[in-house]
Design a protein around this ligand. Structure first.
Ligand code: NAD
Length: 452
């Protein structure tokens, strides 16, 4: 690890990664590589946890292609030096900001979207002009192995390298000094990464998780709410960082809403026989998630098969914050439903807990919309939709508080891997002598008049 980081640092210091043309060439190369290997990437992820072709394209490759295309077309603009107004005290001078790459970067990926969440940050790092070491997740061995192979066979390791492995390899990497670390994963491991980075004063972007709420008000379009929310919950079998974790539905419309939810699950045919419904990543997680089901509260589903790594889409009703399912991020296909009659109590309950990564509000009421969006802090989210804010590359994506630090996608990703260097570029003509000795009362009065 030490040797690899040294190699990348020396390459970065040669300035080879800085020209915008170089970065665009690398981004295009990555784009072509993914396109050429699309079928292999599809097969690998299917082997890992049964993710089918359509879902792989929609939730993984589409986002990576979109990030690549945006970066390729916008990079010249993002990398431009930005002129800034010069204040009176500093005249005559020019002021400007130079975006510069932070340097040698480390990207640590999770298993749940092994392409999108590993390659997305890599695109941002390349766009910014950094070198990159990618450590994909060991839990999706086929997908991560293929990504590592494609990168290591097609890019020089002094510029872009993939290191496979689990905790020991990641720990060894984290001992090195990086210029920026981009981590996507769980809150406990995020804390380990943050502590390791602190030893070197390395800046971090932490894309973490948590329990993301859905609020369904009594005036919402229940048909649309059920359809969009069920899709968002059960895609990737609920193993999505921004999946709806639990729902607060207004008690007046609970029955009607639940009927629509049940109908929607049947319409989507999420059964063990449906090969489009993905598996849970491993037996350990299947056991963990299925143990959150309280059979006495199951409204739909509830069946599971640990060996086959399958859990039926399950909806639980009559749930309270005391239930086991409300004690941790579910990260699987279980949807607990809570009811409310006072929106202020819902807002208070959310605010008492760690700030969520996402929040989804289904309502037609503009006052409620304004209230929830202004009173509750969360990473990002949707109104009358769920999950899809991640697919608009112009919306910075990230958490807040316990759900993360920093954000990326589009220009936000470029910024995450960049430092904005501020320059005051002074003219060589003689300047007003107000700051120079002798410091007279007249000069002080003049200074005061400038800011008065
Ligand atoms: P994880 O934290 O277990 O693992 C993430 C990465 O950290 C992996 O590459 C793993 O090898 C490494 N790792 C694990 N334990 C480590 C340790 N002790 N020391 C050093 N490195 C270690 O997360 P996961 O299970 O892969 O992903 C699920 C979690 O990630 C969920 O909490 C989910 O919400 C979150 N997540 C967040 C986002 C986001 O964009 N905010 C996206 C996907 C997943």
């Amino acid at each position: 690890m030490e040797e690899l980081v040294k190699l990348q640092r020396s390459y970065f210091n040669s300035n080879a990664t800085k020209p915008v043309d170089f970065r665009i060439t690398q981004l295009q190369k990555l784009y072509d590589l993914i396109l050429l290997n699309e079928d292999k990437l599809g097969d690998a992820i299917h082997k890992d946890y049964g993710k089918a072709k359509f879902e792989t394209f929609l939730t993984e490759l589409y986002i990576v292609y979109d990030e690549l295309k945006t970066a390729i077309s916008e990079l010249s603009d993002w990398a431009q030096i930005k002129p800034i107004k010069t204040n009176l005290l500093n005249e005559p001078a020019k002021s400007y900001i130079i975006p510069e790459p932070l340097g040698v970067s480390l990207v640590i990926g999770p298993w749940n979207y092994p392409y999108q969440l590993s390659l997305g940050p890599v695109v941002a790092a390349i766009a910014a002009g950094c070198t990159v070491i990618l450590k994909p997740s060991e839990l999706t061995a086929h997908s991560s192995g293929l990504v590592a192979k494609l990168i290591n066979e097609n890019f020089d390791r002094k510029y872009l390298a993939a290191v496979e492995g689990g905790i020991p390899q990641t720990t060894a990497l984290l001992e090195q000094k990086f210029d920026v670390i981009f981590f996507t994963g769980s809150v406990p491991v995020g804390k380990i990464v943050y502590q390791a980075a602190a030893k070197h004063l390395t800046p971090v972007i932490l894309e973490l998780g948590g329990k993301s709420p859905v609020i369904v008000t009594d005036d919402s379009d229940l048909e649309i709410a059920a359809k969009r929310m069920i899709w968002a919950k059960f895609i990737n079998a609920g193993q999505t960082c921004i999946a709806p974790d639990y729902v607060y539905v207004h008690e007046q419309v609970q029955k009607e809403f639940l009927d629509k939810v049940a109908a929607e699950i049947i319409a989507a045919d999420y059964s063990i026989a449906n090969e489009n419904f993905v598996n849970i990543v491993n037996e350990r997680n299947t056991s963990r998630v299925s143990a959150l089901i309280d059979p006495s509260k199951v409204f739909v589903g509830g069946q599971y098969d640990i060996e086959k790594r399958f859990i039926e889409p399950t909806v639980m009703t009559g749930v309270t914050w005391e239930d086991k399912v409300m004690q941790e991020e579910i990260f699987g296909p279980i949807l607990p439903i809570l009811t409310y009659d006072d929106l202020d109590c819902v807002i208070a309950a959310i605010k008492e807990r760690p700030k969520p990564l996402a929040l989804y509000l289904f309502t037609k009421d503009e006052t409620i919309k304004e209230k929830v969006l202004s009173e509750v802090s969360f990473g990002g989210g949707c109104v009358n939709e769920a999950l899809m804010h991640i697919s608009n590359g112009d919306l910075p994506f990230g958490g807040v508080g316990d759900s993360g630090i920093g954000n990326y996608h589009g220009q936000a990703g470029f910024k995450a891997f960049s430092h904005y260097k501020s320059i005051l570029d002074k003219e060589l003509v003689s300047d007003p002598d107000v700051k120079y000795s002798p410091h007279t009362e007249a000069k002080l009065a003049l200074l005061k008049s400038v800011v008065a």
